[in-house]
Design a protein around this ligand. Structure first.
Ligand code: SF4
Ligand code: SF4
Length: 293
């Protein structure tokens, strides 16, 4: 199975919208599965018309541990309180108390406790699940609970579930979070190819370069899609020149079209909302195939 990750240096450039249409176009002639790895803002399912209550079984997973204090064993020495670098412990009635958010499960309080009064327990703070779209392929997604950390681990769990549910799929499309953080690195790890979606603006160009630096570090081949290329021709040309200098293929350029937004509002991939885009996405698939050989 070939794994293709779609990322963007910055948010709001049309990544999930383009991923949704690419998935539908690919599924016409290939068996595919999608992994929505934007676990802090999962919306690929929405772009493919899946509603929140669409049937699908979610599984709770743990990405972290939290400290628990045994107040009967505690001798009130304050060592845990003084050693926590995350300021996750408050002091109340001469005993330590864990604050609601903040514990990183580092285990320092357990190490310094002279009374064996601290234990670390797994917390089930994220969920992963698989849902079938009306186009016949499935989307595996994950979500971290509010205020919780561990997005990278949830991405790994989403990809692992997508492997299990792939059922002979030839292609896994991975919709990564924007940026260059841990979830992005977890998304691109093990990918055969990365598509970087950008828009021609100073921040779009700067964030694209940072994202592609990460991709290059992992020695993964990549191509660029310039969305709304006609809103700023100067920066579109800068991106093309950058691509040429770094031997990166420009896979496709989209001019600005309000129907991308309208399609998203209507929870419909743009190739279904406006079929004039199907040839464009077929062109993208041909480019990808030649890149993946
Ligand atoms: S596990 Fe680490 S972060 Fe959590 S309370 Fe203990 S010292 Fe603080
Ligand atoms: S280190 Fe242990 S004994 Fe000391 S205050 Fe914390 S829990 Fe209590």
């Amino acid at each position: 199975m070939k794994k293709i990750t779609i990322l963007s240096g910055k948010g709001g450039v049309g990544k999930s919208s383009i991923t949704a249409s690419l998935a539908v176009a690919l599924s016409l002639n290939n068996k595919i599965i999608c992994a929505d790895c934007d676990v802090d803002a999962a919306n690929l399912g929405l772009a493919l018309g899946l509603k929140q209550d669409d049937s699908g079984k979610d599984e709770m997973i743990t990405t972290n541990q939290k400290a628990v204090f045994d107040k009967d064993k505690c001798i009130s020495c304050r060592k845990c309180f003084e050693s926590c670098h995350f300021d996750a412990i408050s002091w109340k009635d001469d005993k330590p108390e864990l604050k609601q958010f903040g514990c990183e499960g580092c285990g320092v309080c357990q190490l310094v406790c002279p009374a064996d009064a601290v234990s670390l327990i797994d917390i089930y703070n994220a969920k992963v699940g698989c849902r079938k779209t009306k186009y016949g392929f499935s989307v595996v997604s994950g979500q971290v609970e509010m205020g919780e950390s561990g997005s990278g681990k949830v991405v790994a769990a989403v990809k692992s579930l997508a492997e299990k549910q792939s059922n002979g799929a030839e292609i896994m499309l991975i919709d990564s979070a924007a940026g260059i953080g841990c979830p992005v690195i977890a998304s691109i790890t093990g990918s055969d190819y990365v598509i970087a979606v950008t828009e021609p603006s100073p921040s779009g160009f700067s964030d694209l370069k940072r994202a592609l630096e990460v991709v290059r570090h992992f020695r993964i081949r990549s191509g660029i899609i310039i969305n709304k290329f006609d809103i700023n021709k100067e920066y579109a040309e800068k991106i093309e020149e950058f691509a040429k200098n770094h031997n990166i293929k420009i896979l496709l350029k989209f001019s600005y079209d309000r129907c991308f937004v309208d399609a998203l509002v209507n929870m419909t991939p743009v190739i279904e909302y406006n079929p004039k885009y199907l040839p464009k996405f077929n062109e993208l698939i041909d480019s990808l195939k030649s890149e993946l050989i």
